[in-house]
Ligand binder design. Structure first.
Ligand SMILES: [Zn+2]
Length: 439
């Protein structure tokens, strides 16, 4: 089509030149021909511009179509996984009903459950290819760090997550390895504590052989629920779904409404009424502007990835201001926390999962920076991961997740409801103005 249009534009131009040459064949022919050629050049330029615009529109439409198809495929996979999960539990009950021993019935059902969980992981990896289940990720981090001399006994963890209570699942995993974290959390995981805030945490570090040791974790977050809805999260005792990350959703809406330029401010300037949000928004706007981003093409996944890049830069700047490498060793882990929770937390048959993407991972020991390849650290066996995962949930003993023979482990529903929702979470979910819902 484009080739035809281009040809049509050229032919029209040629006809115009011929027409004018014949029509104005007189003593001033030379001048008129020059005029015609100039006009022809103008028409030619307009033709080229139209062709370029059409090419651009065609590319944009093709990209949108491709993205829609990919989203539909991922949604389909997630729905299949959910169905398989429900079927696996029905299968266990049916096998028991037909006289199979409960242990054997549970084993058959666990195999079906594993397939379902792996499908869910693949649906998340469609958007975040480096996403690992949270227990698998934390195990690899712990093993890699232990090999370099960082352990829970000799290291303080500095965690930088969003303020959202859903992020506490990852905080618990970090704390099960390193003990209580020094938190620099902010809306959307924006860093507003400054170097004085960072230094406060560092000054609490254990000292080994005269040196302090720190491990920094920094993760903005996003929800992709079990129905593969981007940004949706079901919260205990709250009807319907809500957003995660709400702060990044708000930034996305503002950028698409007003553009990036209007949201860039002089560094250091913020809105006194909304200090964190205004700092988050302007840091993101400046980062995206410097990357030449078109805000109309942003979505929640891409703005979350941009937040990861921006906040990682900010963290590394603060580290350069706050850490004295002659007195301390440290490691840095960044990425995105992904909540892949049940789209309906009142439905016991839908597992809730939690993932972490692998971003920057490195150590700085005696001033020497070295990368850490998390993907090359071997995963533990599913049984070992289950045991380790339960450590972070030990304060919440309703560990009711079925055993799955995969590194993708369910976040036990009882623990999740208690940790995020409160003490009544495992018994029933009481929605305002409604009868208690048997959970
Ligand atoms: Zn958030």
């Amino acid at each position: 089509m484009l080739a035809n249009l281009h040809h049509a534009a050229k032919t029209t131009t040629k006809n115009i030149v011929t027409k004018h040459t014949i029509q104005y064949s007189n003593p001033n022919k030379e001048v008129l021909e020059v005029g015609a050629i100039s006009w022809a050049a103008h028409i030619n330029a307009r033709g080229d511009k139209m062709v370029k615009e059409l090419q651009s529109q065609q590319q944009s439409l093709a990209a949108q179509l491709q993205q829609q198809q990919a989203n539909m495929n991922a949604a389909l996979k997630a729905q299949q996984a959910q169905l398989q999960s429900e079927q696996s539990q029905q299968l266990a009950r049916a096998l028991e009903g037909k006289g199979m021993a409960p242990a054997d019935a549970a084993k058959v059902a666990a195999e079906a459950q594993s397939t379902s969980l792996e499908e869910r992981a693949r649906a998340v990896q469609h958007f975040f290819p480096t996403a690992l289940p949270v227990d698998d990720y934390m195990n690899r981090v712990e093993v890699a760090l232990a090999g370099m001399g960082f352990t829970g006994d000799n290291t303080i963890a500095m965690s930088n997550l969003c303020r959202d209570e859903s992020c506490m699942i990852l905080e618990d995993k970090i704390e099960s390895v390193f003990g209580a974290c020094f938190s620099t959390h902010g809306l959307g995981a924006v860093l507003t504590c400054g170097s004085i805030g960072i230094k406060a945490g560092l000054s609490h570090s254990p000292v080994v052989g005269g040196k302090e040791q720190y491990v920094f974790f920094s993760f903005p977050h996003i929800a992709i629920d079990s129905a593969n809805e981007i940004g949706k999260i079901s919260r205990p005792n709250r009807p319907g779904s809500s957003s995660a990350c709400g702060a990044l959703c708000a930034c996305l809406a503002d950028f698409q409404k007003d553009g990036l330029e209007a949201n860039c401010r002089v560094p250091g300037v913020h809105d006194a009424e909304n200090p964190e949000y205004s700092i988050l928004k302007q840091r993101l706007a400046r980062q995206l502007r410097s990357e030449g981003c078109d805000p109309s093409k942003l979505d929640l996944v891409s703005i979350t990835q941009a937040a990861e890049r921006t906040i990682t830069n900010d963290l590394e700047h603060l580290i350069s201001q706050a850490v004295d490498t002659s007195k301390a060793n440290y490691a840095v882990f960044t990425g995105v926390q992904v909540h892949n929770w049940a789209a309906d937390l009142t439905n016991r048959s839908i597992p809730s999962l939690e993932f972490v993407t692998v971003g920057k991972s490195y150590s700085v020991i005696n001033g020497q920076k070295a990368p850490i390849d998390i993907m090359k650290v071997p995963a533990l066996a599913p049984r070992q991961l289950r045991l380790l995962g339960s450590v972070s949930e030990e304060q919440h003993p309703d560990n009711d997740a079925p055993a799955a023979d995969t590194t993708v482990q369910e976040i036990p529903r009882g623990y999740l409801l208690r940790r995020v929702g409160g003490s009544a979470g495992t018994r029933y979910v009481q929605l305002p103005g409604s009868e208690p819902v048997k959970a």
